[in-house]
Each structure stands twice: as C-alpha cells, then as structure tokens.
Design a protein around this ligand. Structure first.
Ligand code: SF4
Length: 317
C-alpha cells in the first residue's frame, strides 16, 4: 500500500540516493510549476500519503514556500538550502563539514574508496550528527575480490561508532546500526509503499527512473496511476529477497532493472554488499557486548555461511 509521495521540486533537486543527476538537467524551466505542485499535494491528501519534498540548490520563492507549508511534510535539502532541513544531503563533506549539522540527519553519497580515504571526516560527522546515512555509489562495480576490503572498511567505521557510544552518543550509521534494530525487511519500497512525482507532473517508481528516462512514467496527475504488474514490486513476490534476512538492504529495484533487467531479481553485487553489512552489524553487536555498551531494542543476528542468498537456495522451503 502506498504511504509516501516524494515530490521533486525541480529537475535539479539534490540526489539523495544511488542515482546521479544527468548532465543535461540544466534546462532553464526545470522548476515544478506551482499548479503541478498544488495538484501533487491534493493527490497526496486524497491518497493519505506522507510527502517528502526534495529541494534544489537554488532558493524557492515565497509563493512556493507558502504552498509547501500548506501540508505536513519532510524536507530533503542540499547543503546550500540547509535551513529547516529534516534531512540534509552533504555534497562537500570531504572538504568541509557545516557547523549546523549538530544533531541532524545527514546523507553522504560516497564510493568505498572515498569513505576509506576520508575516515577522519566521517569521524567528525559521527561526532556531530544524530544519524548518518551513507549511500554507496559504487555497488554496481562491486566484485567478489572486494569483500575483504569492504569488511575492513566497515570494521573501521564500527570502531568509530564504538568511540561515540563510549562517550554516551548513540549515533546511528545506516550501514551498521540499522540491522541491529530490525526484525523484518525495511526496504526502499519504491513502487510499493513509495511513489515519486516529477516536475513534469508524471509519476515514477522512484526519482532514478525519471532521471534515466522520463518516458518510464507510471501515470500522471491528470489520468492517475498506472503501475503495471504492481505485485512484482512487493517483497512477497520477490523470489530471492523473501528468503533473506539482510533486513537493512534497500532492495533497490532501479539497480535490479539495470543489472538483472528485472525489478524483482537482485544483482549478486547488491546482495553481497548487503550481507557484508549484515555481518559487520553482527560484529558490532559483539564488540558492544564485550565493552558493556547497551543499545535499546537490538536483536541477535545469527551467523550464516553465505553472502548471496541465492547460493543458499537449496535450503529454502
Ligand atoms: S541482500 Fe539481496 S536478497 Fe537480500 S534483500 Fe537485499 S537484494 Fe534482496
């Protein structure tokens, strides 16, 4: 069932996930027209959806602000528009961390190499924010020989978290702490629980499909939604994912479409990255227990002997 509507206020709204903005988004008329914005809000009200507005770098006029503030919502903003952001996407985190991220929820988009080379900045961020979401930008390029390197990167991040926990700051880092608290799948939900509205007034499974090709819409504000084979976006129709306990995995259907040509079939890369993360969360929990650090609502994570659930298919019932 749909629960969320992501509204891209502009073609140049900041990317907060795996997709990159294409280089040709510098069209002059890229802002969502006010009438479209109003109609999007009415759609969300009728469908009882929570709205997440995604902002561009340029400031919006008072007219836009007034329409936006007419409904409860979450603001996802780039650094340039940090004021009143609920979620702040930090583009310049490697060079400079803004002062006003104290207690904030922030997103950084980074490759494994960028994280490894900038651990000091990550440490600074973990010392300030309440929650840090790291979006890995190089999952598609992940190879089996990268497993050990990613494991040691997560170990290093885990040590940074332990340092924070020891001084009483129970900061969250999605790559490691999400799995500690989950007892069931908490995936992205694109096309199932979440839908996106682009500045052209059309719906998309998620912003990535819009930026890849605006022809991939799943309906529009005028004619309504038209998601074909919608059941295929759901976990209960996902033959591999429904046997998996990497509950923190985003189960990115856009990445699935790119790498396996099927929204419902995950790539080996996505599964291995998620399982290395799952196992690193298990190690973090052990380290916390050894050091007498308690976090509420954590759950045991079982030891498993595979990194891709598909390799375990003989045990599925
Ligand atoms: S790790 Fe693989 S099987 Fe598990 S939820 Fe993620 S994509 Fe699906």
């Amino acid at each position: 069932m749909l629960q969320y509507l992501i509204i891209l206020l502009d073609d140049k709204s900041v990317s907060y996930c795996h997709y990159e903005l294409p280089s040709d988004v510098s069209r002059e008329e890229s802002l969502m027209p006010l009438d479209t914005l109003r109609a999007g809000i009415v759609f969300a009200m009728k469908e009882n959806l929570n709205i997440q507005f995604v902002y561009p770098e340029q400031a919006l006029s008072a007219e836009y602000a007034e329409v936006i503030e007419s409904i409860d919502h979450t603001k996802i903003k780039p650094e340039a528009q940090a004021k009143e952001a609920d979620v702040l996407v930090l583009a310049e985190w490697k060079k400079q961390i803004p002062d006003d991220v104290e207690g904030a929820t922030c997103i950084i988009r980074a490759s494994r190499k960028e994280l490894q080379e900038n651990l000091e900045q990550v440490k600074d961020l973990l010392g300030k924010v309440m929650r840090l979401n790291v979006v890995l930008t190089d999952i598609e390029a992940f190879k089996d020989e990268d497993v050990a390197g990613y494991q040691s990167l997560l170990e290093a991040l885990s040590d940074l978290l332990i340092d924070q926990f020891k001084i009483g700051r129970m900061v969250q880092l999605n790559l490691l702490t999400d799995r500690l608290l989950l007892t069931q799948m908490n995936n992205c939900g694109a096309g199932d629980t979440t839908l996106s509205l682009a500045p052209n007034g059309k719906f998309y499974l998620c912003p990535a499909f819009y930026y890849d090709d605006p022809e991939q819409d799943v309906g529009n504000l005028k004619d309504g939604l038209n998601i074909k084979n919608r059941q295929l976006m759901r976990l209960d129709h996902a033959p591999i994912c429904r046997h998996c306990d990497a509950y923190q995995c985003k189960r990115c259907i856009w990445m699935n479409c790119r790498l396996t040509l099927d929204a419902n079939t995950p790539s080996h890369q996505q599964c291995v990255v998620a399982h290395v993360g799952r196992n690193a969360s298990r190690n973090l929990l052990k380290k916390m227990a050894e050091q007498g650090i308690h976090m509420s609502d954590t759950h045991e994570i079982k030891e498993i002997n595979y990194l891709d659930p598909f390799n375990n298919y003989k045990k599925w019932k």
